[in-house]
Design a protein around this ligand. Structure first.
Ligand SMILES: C[S@@+](CC[C@H](N)C(=O)[O-])C[C@H]1O[C@@H](n2cnc3c(N)ncnc32)[C@H](O)[C@@H]1O
Length: 218
């Protein structure tokens, strides 16, 4: 209920924020205009409070980033963090947020507009009857495949071994090429190189959980 009560105020905050793109369907095929340049666009689906996407944006000024989050109350936390970065004088021009469900990706992005998708600590939906909601389900992998061009990449991290086993399985069954995967990211220097830890990743590594990661390429 607390989350529900938060929503009305959060929605206003989102629609007034310059960091958020409202009515994102309007930009389908025109996302380069949003950023005012031709740089590649990377998205994180289910960004939570946005630490990962904003840190990536800071480290890679030649890439534009879009963080997608379906809950208003969570997205507001990302807006607050973005405003803090802006107040500190950081360059905040190469990232934006969208409040939307990943189900809508095909209404918001034209084929070829996204170069990379990050899925970090996606909700596990442990019940079999909810499997289709997992962001690495066959249905979602097919959706991403149809939206992306050859050579594009998906990176997925989680500490949930069951979800990871499932995701390696759906990836192998899909048209995506499974380029690399590990059940212990922090013991693989090659895969850890350049890693940006997410909020959940910091929490779980501090608890001693192993982090799994896989990389898919079209
Ligand atoms: C467990 S959190 C992880 C947050 C962040 N990526 C991290 O690693 O710290 C998963 C987030 O994904 C969001 N999410 C789950 N399913 C989604 C969907 N279908 N579309 C958009 N966001 C989604 C949830 O609201 C939640 O904030």
């Amino acid at each position: 209920m607390a989350r529900l009560r938060n929503i009305p105020g959060s929605r206003d905050r989102i629609s007034e924020s310059g960091f958020c793109i409202n009515e994102p369907e309007q930009y389908k095929g025109r996302w380069k205009e949003v950023f005012g340049n031709n740089r590649p666009i990377h998205v994180e689906i289910g960004m939570g409070k946005g630490r990962f996407i904003m840190e990536q944006a800071k480290r890679n000024p030649d890439i534009n980033y879009i963080g997608i989050e379906m809950y208003s109350s969570v997205l507001v936390r990302a807006i607050e963090k973005a405003e803090e970065r802006e107040a500190e004088g950081q360059d905040v021009s190469n990232f934006r947020f969208i409040r939307m469900n990943a189900e809508e990706l095909g209404n918001v992005f034209e084929k070829g507009e996204l170069c990379r998708i990050y899925l970090n600590f996606s909700d596990p939906w442990p019940k079999d009857r909810h499997a289709k909601r997992r962001l690495t389900s066959d249905r979602f992998l097919e959706l991403y495949y149809g939206l992306m061009d050859d050579g594009t990449v998906i990176e997925f991290k989680t500490d949930n071994k069951e979800l990871f086993d499932y995701s390696v399985g759906t990836a192998k069954e899909s048209k995506w090429k499974l380029m690399a995967y590990t059940y212990d990211l922090y013991s693989e220097p090659d895969m850890l190189d350049g890693n940006v830890a997410t909020e959940y990743e910091e929490k779980f590594t501090a608890k001693g959980n192993r982090i799994c990661k896989m990389i898919l390429e079209k």
